[in-house]
Write a protein that binds this ligand. Sequence first.
Ligand SMILES: Cc1ncc(COP(=O)(O)O)c(C=O)c1O
Length: 388
Amino acid sequence: MQNIKGSRELLTRINPFRVMTVMQRARELEASGRQIVHMEVGEPDFATAEPIIAAGKQALDDHRTQYTPAPGIPQLRDAIAAFYARRYGVEVSRERILITPGASGGLTLLANLLVSPGDGVLLSDPAYPCVRNFIQLMNAEPQLVPVGLEHNFQPTPALLQAYVRPNSSGIWLASPSNPTGTILERDRLAAICAWGKANGLHLLVDEIYHGLHYVDDLPSALQLDPDVFVVNSFSKYFGMTGWRLGWIVVPEEFIGFANILAQNLYISASSIAQYAALAAFTDEAMAIFEQRRQAFRERRDFLSNALRDMGFLLSENIQGAFYIYADISRFSADCEKFCHDILENHGVAITPGTDFGDYRSKSFVRIAFTTGMENLQLGVARLQSALG
Ligand SMILES: Cc1ncc(COP(=O)(O)O)c(C=O)c1O
């Protein structure tokens, strides 16, 4: 490597995403003629819904190919505001909504907005791994709060109290969570909002898996507290991963700074994707998303029952997203070895828990139900034969 000055030390703190290694190895095995069941992938297997595709084509025909305003086109911001009113009964002004290049772009913007060098940010362990790295890249400290099955894999105010430090400046959570599929129930989320306020910490809630939930009550943090920062995306429920489109909601007093950051970090999100996403809020598209949610629910039921029967330990209720975080301690003390063996010898790709944190992570794997029922049945049969 060239001997150049720079922040190489900082980069050494950024971990690679192990699931990518699993995916790459699965592809190599496929290229050599093996048939692999993919239960590692973190995106819906469904193509983008037809009304969105049609709107995307129309956007191209209409030459919607130039930069948009940095916070996004007004029509899409209004459609999202109307969506909050309809689905959650909460009023969010257009100005508080900024369209971003995926939730990833939103998280990058919010890291720059909210986190200073030397700050600490409380995160649950396990959590979506990139979040830890966004904090590291700000030269700040991820402060991991271990959460287990006994906590439904989500923090409580008491746990946060135990891990808060004098330099803590915020709390970043996700509900439903990747990798655990568990949610912050209304009471607990309200208690965390109150605890954060009392301690002078900002609260960010990643709601990217909203819509893909299997419980009756999944509160948006915006219903409980207008001062929270919310991240969402068109990737998961709306099935638009490759379009790279998401949004954030910020409190009134941060609108100006958030706009300046958007202008500087990415100028605007994709114009074509924004015009296409307008069709996501039509009745026709919503009906498709709801059918897909039902398909995910059936997969969840099948897979969670099958895994329990085999001896995996998991949450009683996978409440959202499309992941099961399963304790493999009956079979192995080393999830990376376990995943390697299951892939190489049995042709099923799953993700080691060590991708998502430190807390007991060697005893966990993440199994995704982002593939059809037939494949899931095959995957389960292969796991059964692997585990005797
Ligand atoms: C919890 C969570 N947040 C954010 C993202 C990033 O999503 P995107 O940038 O595609 O919107 C993901 C992707 O898997 C995720 O699981």
